[in-house]
Design a protein around this ligand. Structure first.
Ligand code: SF4
Ligand code: SF4
Length: 390
């Protein structure tokens, strides 16, 4: 069996030229952009636009990474390129604009709206057969996945596998959490999305990652790496190696392996380090082991839950275990009573609501709460944290 190749390019800063050369080198080590997309194809470059956020927040894919990809496609002669993501809160265009990306700086790529629903029935889906994606996802021949290296309250990490949840249009994302109510079932649904339309190439922005209360309220932490792979599971597995986390404890990795989306097995992953030069005349590359990777490029202190996951596929057990799962909670002094958490709570009758009036912070009903953490992801004030042991 051919190994999945994951390329790591050390990258010290978000300087646009530096990132562009690093991305060219990473793609070149994988065989060049022509290995992944054909000239006549309709290409969607899909960053992580969780919300309309600043470039230094580490919430979203950094604009230098997005522009680097668009520039490479433009220089290589690809003409049918668009860029966007169905943002969790706010629009794709607004998220791009906040990052300083508009039509004048997108290297001829169109900025996608990502707000028109397209219903998809996917008979081969094992956990989910019916999706509401955006029109651009359905129409794309090839998707390039520009994911962000972050922690995630439900799945521990969010990277290449999880980033495809942005295929789902708008508020349908929140509703998906009621149908797939625990980390394992949710990960299996994500694998169905990959089976429907797997990104041809995934690139992880880990120059500044997010640790702690991710994916929106954690701390930016400098990891100084870009990762490249055609295998999203292997890519996330290498992210796990970098932060000393067992990938078997990450449902998107373990289920990705089980369902054949990619591999999380160390013996099946070839990790390559390449050091680009800025003249594009070449680069040095070498294979590296998991332990060398952690020692040279990783962080054992990276703040991510490392305790064992509770795995279940049975709805009854899932409901019981939800009661013991970590709870979201509000830091009242940070809350501005905007109600975004209430709007995004997918539970009928709301598990977080303004029970004491709209001039007081919302209150949780933990008996109703399914621990999807949408409220924590969407709070613009980072006022919601997740408490308790994993
Ligand atoms: S989203 Fe955050 S700031 Fe807004 S009401 Fe909820 S906790 Fe308060
Ligand atoms: S309160 Fe928050 S974690 Fe609980 S179900 Fe609603 S959105 Fe999900």
């Amino acid at each position: 069996m051919e190994k999945s190749r994951v390329v790591l390019i050390p990258c010290e800063s978000y300087d646009e030229e530096t990132v562009y050369h690093a991305m060219k080198a990473g793609i070149k080590v994988l065989g060049g952009i022509g290995r992944f997309v054909k000239p006549e194809e309709k290409i969607l470059v899909k960053p992580n636009f969780l919300s309309v956020a600043d470039k230094d927040s580490a919430i979203v894919t950094h604009p230098s990474v997005i522009k680097g990809m668009l520039r490479i496609l433009n220089e290589e002669g690809y003409v049918d390129v668009c860029c966007g993501d169905s943002a969790g809160h706010g629009s794709s265009r607004a998220a791009a604009r906040r990052l300083g990306i508009d039509e004048s700086s997108s290297f001829s790529a169109k900025l996608a709206d990502m707000n028109e629903e397209a219903k998809v029935h996917f008979e081969q889906g094992k956990t989910c057969k019916d999706f509401v994606f955006t029109k651009e996802i359905v129409e794309a021949d090839a998707i390039i996945n520009l994911c962000k290296m972050k922690t995630h309250a439900l799945e521990r990490i969010t990277g290449a596998v999880k980033n495809v949840y942005g295929y789902v249009c708008g508020m349908n994302k929140a509703a998906g959490h009621t149908k797939f109510p625990n980390d394992t079932i949710f990960a299996r649904m994500l694998c169905d999305i990959h089976a429907y339309k797997k990104p041809v190439l995934s690139i992880m922005d880990g120059i500044a990652a997010m640790e702690g209360n991710g994916p929106a309220s954690g701390r930016p932490v400098s990891m100084k790496v870009l990762l490249f792979s055609a295998d999203p599971v292997a890519l996330d597995t290498v992210f796990c190696y970098l932060v000393d986390l067992d990938p078997e404890l990450v449902p998107t990795c373990s289920q990705g392996e089980v369902l054949g989306i990619g591999t999380d097995r160390e013996e099946n992953i070839d990790i390559i380090i390449a050091h680009p030069d800025t003249q594009d005349s070449g680069f040095n590359k070498e294979s590296i082991t998991r332990s060398e990777l952690l020692d040279k490029y990783g962080s054992r202190q990276f703040d991510v839950p490392r305790k064992k996951a509770r795995l279940t596929f049975l709805k009854g057990f899932s409901d019981v275990m939800t009661r013991f799962a970590r709870r979201p909670a509000i830091r009242k002094d940070q809350c501005i009573k905007c109600g975004i958490c209430v709007n995004h709570c997918p539970v009928p009758g709301k598990a977080v609501d303004f029970v004491n009036g709209k001039d007081k912070p919302p209150v949780y009903d933990y008996k109703k709460c399914i621990r999807c953490y949408c409220c924590q992801e969407m709070c613009p004030q980072h006022a919601i944290y997740v408490r308790g042991k994993s």
